[in-house]
Design a binder for this molecule. Structure first.
Ligand code: AMP
Ligand code: ZN
Length: 119
């Protein structure tokens, strides 16, 4: 069934508590945890508890949960006090764009200057 946990998905394992993560926020529909290979002082991943391969498919199937991911991303930025200086929410989609984990996730990046356009 759409959205069901996938046995081979790292982020489903984090949602289930089977793989440890430094969780900074949780909601009924989302989990936010620090990226294991941070690219900025704040680098947090916000994921839906349900499994969809990327942000677009999540938004089509579960628009309210996609909105929850954005709400939580903003809350993470505020919690890490990056909201005043500016932060970036990134959804890499597809291997060509750098997506390596095919469970929808928002990167929240902040705490340093962020160049535009990104690489
Ligand atoms: P992406 O490349 O957009 O698919 O992002 C996947 C992100 O997951 C990368 O930034 C990785 O550093 C991060 N990552 C991979 N494994 C873990 C883990 N066990 N805990 C936290 N972050 C992870
Ligand atoms: Zn998953």
């Amino acid at each position: 069934m759409a959205g069901e946990p996938q046995a081979d998905c790292l982020f489903c394992k984090i949602v289930a508590g089977d793989v440890p993560a430094t969780v900074v926020r949780e909601s009924a529909t989302t989990v936010a945890f620090r990226d294991i290979n941070p690219q900025a002082p704040t680098h947090v991943l916000v994921i839906p508890r349900v499994h969809y391969p990327d942000a677009g498919t999540l938004a089509v199937a579960e628009p309210a949960i996609a909105a929850d991911v954005l709400t939580e991303a903003a809350a993470v930025a505020a919690q890490d006090k990056t909201d005043a200086s500016g932060y970036r929410i990134v959804f890499n989609t597809g291997a060509g764009a750098g997506q390596t984990v095919f469970h929808a996730h928002a990167h929240v990046l902040g705490g340093r200057g962020l160049n535009w356009p990104p690489g």
